[in-house]
Design a protein around this ligand. Structure first.
Ligand code: C2E
Ligand code: CA
Ligand code: CA
Ligand code: CA
Length: 279
């Protein structure tokens, strides 16, 4: 223990070892899960405040592991990134999401945008652009119905490399959303240089409505910035009528959150489309 400062004995710390073993196990199960088809996607509707209609969905991955039960993406995405398994998982997510949007069209349910979360590890792959184009090609989905969600911190980390890939995809008509906006450190200067079409206001700013005056005006300020830059603005995490009214007054374009619906399995998402909900 005398030399613990050098980190030599760290590995004998039982809690460290336990955490390490759990990570190794999780990684192993993730690998298996990918092979055994244990992942599925849920789809959360996005509603236009102008028309009161559902205009798209965000796809969110779900994992029901036979060994671990339901594991939140907040837990396993990080491990999948560290082990680079996110590359294969992410390719699967893109393809499945495009298939879902195309199926909605082909089966006569309507034309909807599908928003897909993209990890920075995926984005930095040399063949990322090709994989996206390939998914559109094999499914036949038109590029304007695909939106890639990138988090703010991702962009700041590797700005120059990412801007090339994103600009190319944008030039093909694919939409690009900046996710969790307001939580990272990107300046407005960055924002102007990025080939983005959509800003997603992070739910921490919506959560506080109506309790906190500062966050209320913050949410309003973010909508204003987005609109000034000609971007579509989406408020996420909208749970109440009051929050909906607040972002509506702020001239936000689209809302997403439990107030409309939680993320749904495909069949339920389709049922929701046909129930013609009016908001
Ligand atoms: P995110 O992209 O910010 O997704 C929004 C999260 O908020 C989702 O959690 C969603 O279920 C939840 N949510 C939706 N409406 C509400 C609401 O009204 N109130 C509250 N409190 N929460 C709401 P989920 O599905 O657990 O996903 C967590 C995170 O995991 C996502 O955050 C995203 O960063 C990541 N993730 C999920 N699916 C994928 C994926 O396919 N690929 C990658 N790379 N990351 C993913
Ligand atoms: Ca997202
Ligand atoms: Ca988000
Ligand atoms: Ca998030």
């Amino acid at each position: 223990a005398k030399e613990a400062g050098k980190g030599k004995y760290m590995v004998f710390d039982p809690s460290f070892l336990q955490a390490f073993n759990e990570r190794v196990k999780l990684e192993k199960y993730l690998r298996q899960g990918l092979q055994n088809g244990e992942f599925l996607l849920h789809y959360q509707p996005q509603l236009s405040l102008k028309t009161g209609r559902i205009t798209g969905f965000e796809s969110l991955i779900r994992w029901n592991s036979p060994e671990l039960g339901f594991v939140s993406p907040l837990t396993f995405i990080k491990v999948a990134e560290d082990s680079r398994l996110i590359v294969s998982i992410g390719e699967w997510v893109i393809l499945q999401s495009c298939m879902f949007a195309k199926r909605l069209q082909d089966d006569g349910h309507g034309t909807y945008k599908i928003a897909v979360n993209i990890s920075v590890i995926q984005l930095l792959q040399d063949n990322f652009v090709n994989k996206v184009m390939e998914a559109l090609e094999v499914t036949g989905l038109e590029p304007q119905y695909l939106e890639l969600e990138i988090t703010e911190s991702t962009i700041v980390e590797s700005f120059d490399r990412l801007i090339q890939s994103l600009s190319f995809l944008r030039s093909k008509g694919i939409q690009i959303a900046l996710d969790d906006f307001g939580t990272g450190y990107s300046s407005l200067g960055y924002l102007k240089q990025m080939p983005i079409t959509t800003l997603k206001i992070d739910k921490t700013f919506i959560e506080q409505v109506p309790k906190d005056d500062d966050n209320r005006s913050l949410a309003r300020a973010i909508v204003l910035i987005g609109r000034k830059m000609g971007l579509q603005v989406v408020a996420e995490g909208v749970e109440t009528e009051q929050q909906m009214q607040h972002v509506k007054r702020a001239k936000c374009d689209v809302i997403q959150g439990y107030y409309i619906s939680k993320p749904l399995p495909e069949e339920e998402a389709i049922r929701l489309l046909h129930s013609n909900p009016v908001y």
